[in-house]
Design a binder for this molecule. Structure first.
Ligand code: URA
Length: 211
């Protein structure tokens, strides 16, 4: 299967992304912008969720009204720590979603991602899953995270980021060809330190003010 890569070109997303990219944007503004964009991303990513009919009564008449079909709520999984920024925005739109976290660090010698935290709902095999991380750079963390999450057997997995590098997309698609990717933009290339160029810098540092 060939990955679906969807670039969400909504003007509000593109405008807000430009504000996030600016070096002079403050931590507070960066955080709020990421939250706002993520809410819009969540709207697009959930566009094809199936609906079913439910019999309800309005104050005036009974009707068959559409509601989301899956019995179990979506699960949003944040790749720590920058994934938290997207998670917060998505939860504004989908407050009943369940939440998982996965933490990975890169072993400085082998450069292989090592898991240091993992928690997802116990019944994840009955849920659709959206995995979030703002930057798809080398793809190593996203690939390792999705691999681990696949072992829990969710109904489906979608991957959502803000910015992607062409190298990261290629690498991810080679490994997880069955997982659709959603991004606000694909930038030019990765530099020798693994940063997306032109990008927006270190998303975690900008989000948490740690630089
Ligand atoms: N992670 C970031 O936060 N920024 C990049 O440019 C690449 C990876």
């Amino acid at each position: 299967m060939q990955n679906q890569v969807t670039i969400i070109e909504h003007p509000l997303i593109q405008h807000k992304l430009t504000l996030m990219r600016k070096a002079e944007t403050s931590t507070t503004k960066f955080r709020n912008l990421l939250k706002e964009i993520s809410l819009l991303l969540a709207y697009e990513v959930t566009r094809d969720l199936p609906l079913k009919s439910e019999q309800i009564k309005t104050p005036l008449a009974p009707m068959n009204a559409p509601v989301l079909a899956p019995d179990k709520k979506l699960v949003l999984v944040s790749i720590m720590r920058a994934g938290q920024g997207i998670l917060d925005g998505m939860l504004e739109l989908i407050p009943s979603a369940r939440v998982g976290h996965i933490g990975l660090y890169r072993d400085p010698k082998t450069l292989i991602p090592v898991e240091y935290y993992f928690k997802v709902p116990h019944d994840v095999e009955q849920r659709d899953m959206i995995v979030v991380d703002p930057m798809l750079a080398t793809g190593n963390s996203a690939i390792a995270a999705v691999e681990r999450l696949k072992s829990t057997n969710p109904l489906s997995i979608r991957f959502v980021c803000l910015l992607a590098a062409p190298e990261g997309i290629k690498h991810f698609c080679e490994t997880h060809s069955d997982v659709p990717i959603y991004a606000a933009a694909i930038d030019d290339y990765l530099d020798e330190h693994g940063y997306i160029i032109p990008g927006l810098g270190d998303a975690g540092d900008r989000l948490f003010g740690t630089k």
